[in-house]
Design a protein around this ligand. Structure first.
Ligand code: ZN
Length: 163
């Protein structure tokens, strides 16, 4: 996307960061009003694009993180399903497994973005989300296994009782 298009498509004012002091400046300024550093046009254009990508990366990381509520819900449902019925467990494990996709996609898309502090924070969070969803998926798979083994044991016990 061209900087101009970003400028037009964003309702908020496009900003860049001063390469010298890191303060936020309006896109289009030629000099930093904090440290007096000259802002070249080429730097401004490049920076405004990466700022837009950054904003998008942080936004989608927040959305992925907000799925944590679903994770807790699925965890609670898993415990409930263990006591109730196995088919629910299969649905739950599929749901958890699908939730692994979002953080993986995020990390593939934005994981390699520079050393920006917001990206570093988001990258850590996405790794945590991936780990949590993986843990829940494994927990649910184990729950299915226990359910199957328990039922087989019950059936064998019943089989031994009948003549
Ligand atoms: Zn500056």
């Amino acid at each position: 996307m061209q900087p101009k298009e970003i400028f037009l498509s964003q309702p908020i004012t496009a900003t860049i960061k001063c390469p010298s002091c890191g303060e936020t400046l309006l896109y289009g300024v030629t000099q930093c009003r904090f440290c007096g550093n000259a802002i070249s046009e080429s730097y401004a254009k490049e920076s405004v694009v990466s700022e837009a990508v950054l904003t998008h990366a942080v936004k989608s990381a927040n959305i992925i993180r907000s799925l944590r509520a679903l994770l807790y819900f699925l965890l609670a449902m898993t415990v409930f399903a263990c006591l109730w019925d196995r088919p629910y467990l299969q649905v739950l494990v599929i749901l958890s497994f699908l939730n692994l996709i979002a953080p993986v996609r995020w990390l593939r898309k934005y994981g390699g973005l520079g050393a920006n502090s917001e990206i570093i924070k988001a990258r850590k969070e996405m790794k945590i989300e991936f780990g949590l969803w993986l843990a829940v998926s494994i927990f649910q798979a184990i729950a299915i296994l226990i359910w199957l083994l328990r039922n087989r044991a019950i059936q064998q016990a019943l089989g031994a009782d009948s003549p």
